[in-house]
Design a protein around this ligand. Structure first.
Ligand code: C2O
Length: 583
């Protein structure tokens, strides 16, 4: 007996030690998100009801370490159908937790709940979460921070003393769900937000002097701060500045970049930027250590409309205050660029490169050339009761390769894929090239009006497991030219090149960076220009790719990749969780 007990107890303590080690390495980060009504006043207006998580705007920040499991129990106490998407998370093996309504799940109905469970493995940096149904992400959003497993010491740049989440957003006085319903009825996108916000607050530059409406950052002189900047706005690329300070950019979309010094940050909806900031100004100076942090829209649109039709020409601001600063004089405002300063936006967005050389796949197996357009469509018979066309019988629509994406109504696409029954849910004919070749970026007035006509459909591009996809995203100018922030779920991609005008397949490949291209989940395709991205489809599932302007997504600017199962059990789509919401 004695002889047997010894190895057994040894084995047991060894096993226990193993469990302890793995617990220390990979924790479970658990949250409950009650999505419900919140009463709030902004811009000095009377209180109104918005939809928010746990009564907070922005919602709670999730902090995790690389390798952890995140579990979020979402309880829908709101009167709306709701889902939450974990923007930038790969969802390997947890495809049912990705969140876009009708793509990977039916929405959670009022009174229902769903547990999102996923790993944050092989990625670290600043990501975020947001509602993925109607326009609810205007108020249902928050940060998702993944720290390196080795903690702050493992950052591949100057160790920051402190970190600050800086979420940029849009504030709408109107009810956003009503805007969505009206927009889909009339084909008129909602005009624009009423102001921009920093950590949920518009700041005094909005004209509302209430100090509770301005976020304040208290910073210690000469310490190093890491700002985790997220553009959670619905429709607006933003210029971000702090008076009298500059930044050292070290990451974008949770991918490390070569340190890049800039006095301005440009961030399009869906994108994130991590930037180091050292408050090194003289506190005895005239401004006494008080500065404004400010955001204004980058209006990339060039068309017949005035900028003010698309963007609120207001400034969102927060205050930076040095600890021990003496001044009580008004903070200094940064000098902001012109709203349409495309040169500044392009310089920032195209200058970033990966911190270390990337493993860019060289053997492309699927080539796609995809136009990104705004145009129009005819009212469909099944929309007749809700569709209010203009005098030409058309309503606004947006498209990729002239296919204007519409979500299925009865079954989510991932369920249809899993049950091997796409009939009535989606078709596998998303084209690899546009139906007509034309001068994509010629002045709208020179283009034949029929080129703008598009049709509603739910088309996917089916990919074999491990396919290497190269996609040229070509903006068009059928209605206006604009910089569309194109976001891919389930993957990061390499941005090989980007430029203005029409992509030239003979000469432009010479511009590809195949060594250290930036890796992102959202690329702001230059206005009237193109971007080339590449990724390996090694994650089976249904992955939405779409413009991160909700005003364009709502009108069809999207498509879906259906990635087939791989050869091993771990590379197959798992069965749906038992609490997956039903339609
Ligand atoms: Cu951040 Cu499909 O979205």
């Amino acid at each position: 007996m004695e002889v047997m007990a010894r190895p057994w107890s040894l084995l047991l303590s060894f096993a226990l030690a193993l469990v302890a080690v793995s617990v220390a390495q990979a924790a479970v980060v658990e949250h409950t998100f009650n999505v419900g009504n919140m009463s709030i006043s902004r811009l000095c207006k009377p209180e109104k009801i918005i939809t928010a998580v746990n009564g907070q705007l922005p919602g709670p920040t999730i902090f995790a370490s690389e390798g952890d499991t995140v579990v979020v129990h979402m309880v829908n106490e709101s009167p709306y159908n709701m889902t939450i998407h974990w923007h930038g998370i790969f969802q390997r093996g947890t495809q049912w937790a990705d969140g876009p309504a009708m793509v990977t799940q039916c929405p959670v109905q009022p009174g229902g709940n769903y547990t999102y469970r996923f790993n944050v493995t092989g990625q670290e940096g600043t990501l975020w979460w947001h509602a993925h149904n109607s326009l609810h992400r205007a108020t249902v959003y928050g940060a998702l921070i993944i720290k390196p497993r080795g903690g702050v010491a493992a950052y591949p740049f100057t160790k920051p003393d402190e970190e600050e989440v800086v979420i940029l957003g849009e504030w709408w006085n109107a009810d956003v769900d009503e805007l969505h319903v009206n927009a889909t009825k009339t084909g008129q996108p909602a005009p624009h937000a009423d102001n921009y916000t920093i950590n949920g607050k518009p700041g005094a530059s909005s004209g509302c002097a209430d100090p509770n409406q301005t976020h304040k950052f208290e910073l210690k002189q000469n310490k190093t701060y890491m700002l985790r900047i997220i553009n959670a706005g619905l429709n607006t690329p933003l210029f971000f500045k702090i008076a009298n300070h500059s930044f050292n950019v070290v990451a974008a979309d949770a991918c490390y970049t070569k340190p890049y010094t800039s006095d301005i940050v440009v961030v399009s909806p869906g994108q994130t930027v991590d930037a180091l900031l050292i408050p090194d100004a003289d506190i005895t100076s005239i401004s006494g250590g008080r500065y404004y942090m400010a955001v204004i829209p980058y209006n990339s649109a060039v068309n017949a409309l005035n900028a003010s039709d698309l963007y609120s020409l207001s400034t969102g601001s927060a205050i930076i205050e040095y600890t021990g600063g003496s001044s009580t004089s008004p903070p200094m405002l940064p000098q902001l660029p012109e709203y349409n300063d495309t040169a500044t936006a392009h310089r920032f967005l195209s200058s970033m490169t990966a911190l270390v050389p990337n493993k860019v796949p060289l053997n492309v197996t699927t080539q796609m050339f995809v136009t990104v357009s705004m145009g129009d469509t005819f009212c469909e018979p099944d929309q007749n009761t809700t569709c209010l066309p203009d005098d030409k019988g058309t309503i606004f629509a947006s498209s990729m390769n002239n296919a204007s994406f519409i979500l299925p109504k009865t079954t989510s696409m991932l369920e249809a894929m899993y049950r091997k029954n796409a009939t009535g849910v989606y078709t596998r004919d998303f084209p690899d090239t546009p139906p007509i070749v034309f001068d994509y970026t010629a002045d709208a007035s020179e283009l034949n009006a029929t080129l703008k006509h598009t049709f509603k459909s739910t088309k996917v591009r089916t990919l074999k497991y491990n396919e290497t996809v190269q996609m040229v995203l070509q903006n068009t100018r059928l209605v206006s030219k604009e910089s569309h922030p194109m976001h891919l779920h389930g993957f990061n991609f390499f941005v090989l090149a980007q430029d203005f005008g029409n992509y030239n397949e003979t000469t432009d490949p010479a511009k590809f960076n195949l060594v250290d291209p930036q890796e992102r989940n959202t690329v702001a395709v230059p206005t009237g220009g193109w971007a080339v991205i590449r990724f390996i489809a090694d994650n089976p599932g249904m992955w939405f790719m779409h413009c991160h302007f909700d005003s364009h997504l709502d009108f069809g600017l999207g498509m879906v990749f259906e990635v087939e199962d791989g050869p091993t059990p771990e590379t197959k789509l798992p069965p749906p969780p038992s609490d997956l919401p039903q339609c």
